[in-house]
Design a protein around this ligand. Structure first.
Ligand code: NAD
Ligand code: LMR
Length: 338
């Protein structure tokens, strides 16, 4: 492969190329921002996923190093690296799923919205690449602020005439993963047995855990509800502060991203009953985008579920969430339309 230095003269890599071309089973997945704090463990975990036959690792720095490293893992996926914007097109050609964790992370004292000025442009460029090279791919967007970057991606896709709302998914899985963990701690349960729907968006008060809908069914005191809701909403900030300037959640995020990507791939394969929360184009509220449970299928987010019955605490939270979300969505849309 011309864009992969270590592919050079090594004959064993031709076998890998044959494997990639001939493998009937398996999906082609690209990670954009693959050399970053999330990108590296995400690349490692995707290389371990048996549903992946080809894994493309793209970044503006250090992609060859990460690729060489990951490619020595004796799992099925063939790994190829792509460095810099001139290789974006080759990185994306033929991909079924594109996962985007490219962009700068927060430092203590910053909100996710403070990342807008840098990350909006990065997401625009990467999504323009998708319109040219893999317009039918499913997109999992991780780069913050998700509440604005998803609308940015939608506008780029609309401009190019390729927008399919079912195929653009903002990744809010980390909120669900945290909610499951924190609720399990309070209830004294194994987190693997707990399922908490988290709706709204992915920043502060827009993160709305629906504790009245936790499975297995359980009840919380008002103090527990307040504590858990705040901890889930501030989970990202908890990590940013603990890392003290060295970035935000990367390992738990890579885990959550792979959990979500795996669900998307099982949906693409045609598995039934795959339901996860994601930030998608939505008619669940008056807002054009909203996170809620979605059913993942061959076409992406094939069904977006209603919120179900909310208690008074959640209804108040929903109004706050919608107010902030409306502004963040509008900011993303205007970035492309202006
Ligand atoms: P990082 O700085 O460690 O890594 C980001 C990577 O993106 C770097 O390798 C960088 O070179 C690369 N990059 C920068 N510009 C690029 C471009 N134009 N094309 C391709 N790659 C480019 O940051 P991180 O900790 O991995 O976080 C990445 C993003 O994910 C941040 O915006 C962060 O806020 C966000 N995030 C989202 C969630 C979520 O739940 N959705 C969770 C954690 C972090
Ligand atoms: C998170 O929730 O951990 C991410 O959105 C990163 C951040 O800035 O908090």
């Amino acid at each position: 492969h011309p864009s992969n230095p270590q592919m050079g003269e090594n004959p064993s890599l031709r076998a890998a190329d044959c494997r990639a071309k001939g493998g009937a089973a398996g999906f082609k997945v690209a990670i954009l921002g693959a050399a970053g704090g999330i990108g590296q463990p995400l690349a490692m975990l995707m290389k371990m996923n048996p549903l992946v036959s080809v894994l493309h690792l793209y970044d503006v720095v250090n992609a060859p190093g990460v690729t060489a490293d990951i490619s020595h893992m004796d799992t099925g996926a063939v790994v190829r690296g792509f460095l810099g914007q001139q290789q974006l097109e080759s990185a994306l050609t033929g991909m079924d799923l594109v996962i985007i964790p490219a962009g700068v992370p927060r430092k203590p004292g910053m909100t996710r919205d403070d990342l807008f000025n840098i990350n909006a442009g990065i997401v625009r460029t990467l999504c323009e690449g998708i319109t040219k090279s893999c317009p039918n791919a499913l997109v999992n967007l991780i780069s913050n602020p998700v509440n604005s970057t998803v609308p940015i991606a939608a506008e780029v896709f609309k401009k190019a005439g390729i927008y399919d709302p079912k195929k653009l998914l903002g990744v809010t899985m980390l909120d669900v993963v945290r909610a499951n963990t924190f609720v399990a701690e309070v209830l004294g349960l194994d987190p693997r047995e707990v399922s908490v729907p988290v709706v709204g968006g992915h920043a502060g008060v827009t993160i709305l855990p629906l504790l009245s809908q936790v499975k297995p069914p359980c009840s919380f005191t008002p103090e527990e509800t307040e504590f858990l809701t705040k901890r889930i909403q501030d989970g990202g900030t908890e990590v940013v502060q603990a890392k003290a300037g060295a970035g935000s959640a990367t390992l738990s995020m890579a885990y959550a991203a792979v959990k979500f990507a795996d669900a998307c791939l099982r949906g693409l394969r045609g598995d039934a009953g795959i339901v996860e929360c994601a930030f998608v184009a939505s008619q669940v509220t008056e807002l054009p985008f909203f996170a809620s449970k979605v059913r993942l299928g061959r076409g992406g987010a094939e069904e977006v579920y209603q919120l179900g019955p909310l208690n008074e605490y959640e209804r108040v939270g929903l109004e706050k969430a919608k107010k902030e979300l409306a502004t963040s969505i509008q900011k993303g849309v205007s970035f492309i339309k202006k």
